[in-house]
Design a protein around this ligand. Structure first.
Ligand SMILES: O=C[C@H](O)[C@H](O)COP(=O)(O)O
Ligand SMILES: C=C(OP(=O)(O)O)C(=O)O
Length: 362
């Protein structure tokens, strides 16, 4: 029997689709350059504790995760955080408000992958710069008294920034991934798990069960050395309903179904509803409808509802990423469309007032 001629050089069997390797900065170096200051640390610890107590029903406030679909402009992100800091203070007796600082974007196919991976938005993928800017931003936002909420996607990224994060989640595209579930088992903060893009809620409940257990996985340590981390499990998981291919899933029957699935898995029901994504049909003008409906469910006695998420920016809507970045409109999303600042303020103040009426009325 004759064999076909090899089409590649003998001995060359790896890195065939790799164009290069760039050394990665170490977590220790970035932490030394941008340390978590005492003020930032207080925010992180208080934000984690508040989210944890809300998830476990020991604090009857609502956890509100609000902010841009993605960060792309450092100064605009800080301007948003400053406004949110003031608004957070106004509503803090009934709402625990944390800011979406989403820097690592999952894509359906291809697209800009976020501030952490490509901070210049040029396709240069200067990840070392993205890690540094992300760390600096998360510390700065925390220093403003606003707890940072983020999605975890690239498994080494938490080593660089997680000391500055109060709440985290797995997104719809990764909740079913074992790599991400075991990473979640190491996380030092409450974690939300989204239902899948297809709409599956059970897979988010399965993710919580998986992440509660101890695991071992590969990562890097503070010196950037490959290591095996042995985890204890994350006891603070909750489901995030974000809708799916079949449409929205914020209606009462889906919240009930989620609570039942969690109870059947031995978990105490805790549900956050994402007002955006498939729950709004990706139409930012519909986020308010979802917000009001879910708030009404909670006010009507559905205590499994512990939180809400809004995609919000300084300006309403979205823009494409232009070839000339100088023409970007400040404060406007470059990924999903967001509600603008005025509407964000209206929705939070409205919820604060409505929750107050119930408290006053008993
Ligand atoms: O939240 C943002 C987007 O919905 C998510 O990153 C997927 O985006 P894409 O479908 O535009 O790739
Ligand atoms: C990507 C996001 O959401 P999802 O995983 O629900 O698509 C997001 O919240 O930014």
């Amino acid at each position: 029997m004759t064999h076909p001629e090899p089409t590649i050089a003998p001995g060359r069997t790896e890195n065939l689709n790799v164009s290069g390797f760039t050394p990665l900065v170490t977590p220790r170096a970035l932490k030394a350059r941008w340390p978590l200051t005492p003020a930032a640390e207080r925010t992180v610890l208080a934000g984690r504790r508040a989210a944890q107590e809300i998830v476990h029903g020991q604090d009857d406030r609502l956890l509100v995760v609000v902010g841009p679909c993605s960060i792309h402009d450092h100064e605009q992100a800080l301007a948003y955080a400053e406004r949110l800091s003031a608004l957070r203070e106004r509503v803090r007796d009934r709402l625990e408000v944390q800011m979406r600082v989403y820097v690592d974007k999952p894509r359906t196919t291809v697209g800009w992958r976020g501030y952490l991976l490509d901070p210049d938005m040029t396709g240069a993928n200067d990840i070392n710069k993205g890690l540094e800017l992300t760390r600096r931003l998360m510390v700065q936002v925390s220093e403003l008294g606003v707890p940072v909420a983020t999605e975890l996607l690239d498994p080494f990224a938490p080593q660089y920034v997680f000391d500055a994060v109060a709440w985290a989640c797995l997104g719809a595209r990764t909740t079913e991934s074992q790599t991400h579930r075991v990473m979640a088992s190491a996380v030092s903060a409450p974690m939300g798990f989204k239902n899948g893009t297809g709409g599956g809620i059970k897979l988010a409940v399965d993710a919580i069960v998986a992440a509660r257990a101890p695991h071992a996985f590969f990562t890097i340590d503070d010196d950037g050395r490959g290591c095996i981390v042995h985890t204890l499990g994350n006891p603070d998981g909750h489901v995030i309903l974000r809708g799916g291919r079949g449409g929205p899933n914020y209606a009462p029957q889906f919240v009930r179904e989620t609570a039942e699935l969690m109870a059947a898995a031995g978990l105490s029901p805790a549900v956050m509803v994402d007002c955006s994504h498939a729950n709004s049909g990706s139409d930012h003008t519909r986020q308010a409808l979802v917000w009001r409906d879910v708030l009404h469910q909670r006010l009507s006695g559905q205590t499994a509802i512990r939180g809400l998420m809004i995609e919000s920016n300084l300006r309403a809507g979205k823009q494409g990423i232009p070839a000339d970045l100088a023409t970007l409109v400040p404060g406007l999303s470059v990924t999903d469309a967001c509600v603008g600042w005025d509407e964000t303020e209206t929705l939070l103040l409205e919820a604060h007032a409505a929750l107050g009426r119930v408290a006053v009325g008993g």
